[in-house]
Design a protein around this ligand. Sequence first.
Ligand code: KG4
Ligand code: ZN
Length: 330
Amino acid sequence: MDVIILAIESSCDDTSAAVIRNGEVLSNCIANQEAHRLYGGVVPEVASRAHQANIIPVVDLAIKKAGVAKASINAVAFTRGPGLLGSLLVGTSFAKAFALSRGLPLIEVNHMQAHVLAHFAEDPKPRFPFLCLTVSGGHTQIVLVRDFLDMEVIGETLDDAAGEAFDKSGKLLGLGYPAGPLIDKHAAAGQARFPFPEPAVPELNFSFSGLKTSILYFLKKEVGNNPDFVQENLDDICASIQGTIITILLKKLRKAARQTGIREIAIAGGVSANSGLRRALESMGEKEGWTTYVPAFQYCTDNAGMIGVTAYYKYLKGAFCGQDAAPFAR
Ligand code: KG4
Ligand code: ZN
């Protein structure tokens, strides 16, 4: 019998629904929320209200695009966390109501685990055990993945996430939100000629809050000498910021690979869409003898497809949850 799962993701500012048949993504629909651009960051109350407006049309679209009958859906999956509480509540409540009304089992999914398992939405798929550098707006982790549902975080950020470092640096440069893709674009045309210090952080952990401070002081000094400094050097500043973030990330990833002896290496999460990071991973992989895996762009940033893929492996193990499952923020 086919296993058909309706998956819902609403942890931050994207409302997404997907339909997955036997682990294969049939549809993966996302409603982005443009409203946050006005504020230079995600406003939680605005996000949860937009999720409420978007959720039914997005689910409808996902089911239509998948070409399956509603009656053939066997289970409903949702992101339980981590994420913004008000945002999570919308997806969680919708999934529960849908499941209750149709007598279906519920599957709760951890958002970070789903970013890793996004690699199983398409070929080529990593072989176990592999390391995954998960870099998003809220998290930065090195994950040792032994099996689909057997993962261990072996390194993480002690303060800001890598995506946050992109977004906060972009804000200092007067770029819009989210700044990650914009810095990526400018960096492609620039030279990394402004050196920013790399933090000394023990073990496999990261820190990005110092970078933001050094960019702030650097800009204050340079703009003090030349008010047009940012406009005249935007591409080079972006290339320098991006280069520093990539260097910090990849040095720790290489340390983790050497320590564990693992050569199957993946990246995931919103920042894994970064073209500089993808290129640098490939060239480090060639030097270190790794097989590297980068997700297709639609599976980098938040999407319900990755929630459904994770839910499929939980379904096979009978890992269901009850109607009392509460969303969690962290
Ligand atoms: O995984 P994601 O969609 O949401 C979270 O779970 O946080 O990641 C969003 C983050 C944002 O910080 C955004 O700026 C960053 O991913 N991002 C990028 C790029 N595309 C998205 N950062 C650098 N380069 C990109 N091309
Ligand atoms: Zn995410």
